[in-house]
Design a binder for this molecule. Structure first.
Ligand code: CU
Length: 160
């Protein structure tokens, strides 16, 4: 009886170990606001959680619907919002979550091949230093209904 229990535990541990690499980085609720018809630039938001035992780093991304994907930070400087390109990526500590949200860190989809339409989903591959490329589907939400922290309208906040 005891021996069977131990065998069972060992099996469960093995299974968890096998599933671990794929689950180290979790991308939660990826989304983008819909863009006006002529827009060439869109934004990407969501959460990125590092379930691994070591720090990892979001380096950037790519998407078939954009020329390039950059990591940006929007900072309030007095009355003006300043956008900064993050060139060396963002570290995510073990157990930590990086929040990409309006008015803070975000992804920029630059050179859109088509405007982003509410209800659609777009594929974006995020590149991590250790976990490598991870694909996510960003859900396009209607512009102006951005939830918490969304006092900027996405188009207005992104004058490049
Ligand atoms: Cu930006």
């Amino acid at each position: 009886m005891i021996r069977q229990l131990w065998t069972g535990l060992a099996f469960v541990t093995l299974m968890a170990g096998a599933a671990w690499p794929a689950a180290r980085i979790e991308i939660g609720q990826p989304w983008s606001p819909a863009t006006p018809p002529a827009a060439k630039v869109g934004a990407g938001y969501g959460t990125i959680t590092n379930h691994g035992a070591a720090a990892d780093r979001l380096l950037g991304g790519s998407s078939p619907i954009a020329t390039r994907v950059e990591i940006h930070e929007l900072r309030q400087n007095g009355d003006t919002a300043e956008m900064r390109l993050i060139e060396n990526g963002i570290e995510i500590a073990p157990g930590g979550t990086l929040e990409l949200q309006p008015g803070a860190y975000h992804l920029m989809l630059i050179g859109l091949s088509a405007p982003l339409t509410a209800g659609d989903r777009i594929p974006v591959t995020l590149e991590f230093e250790k976990a490598g490329p991870i694909e996510a589907e960003f859900a396009i939400r209607p512009a102006g209904k951005q939830g918490a922290g969304g006092h900027h309208d996405a188009a207005g906040a992104h004058q490049h």
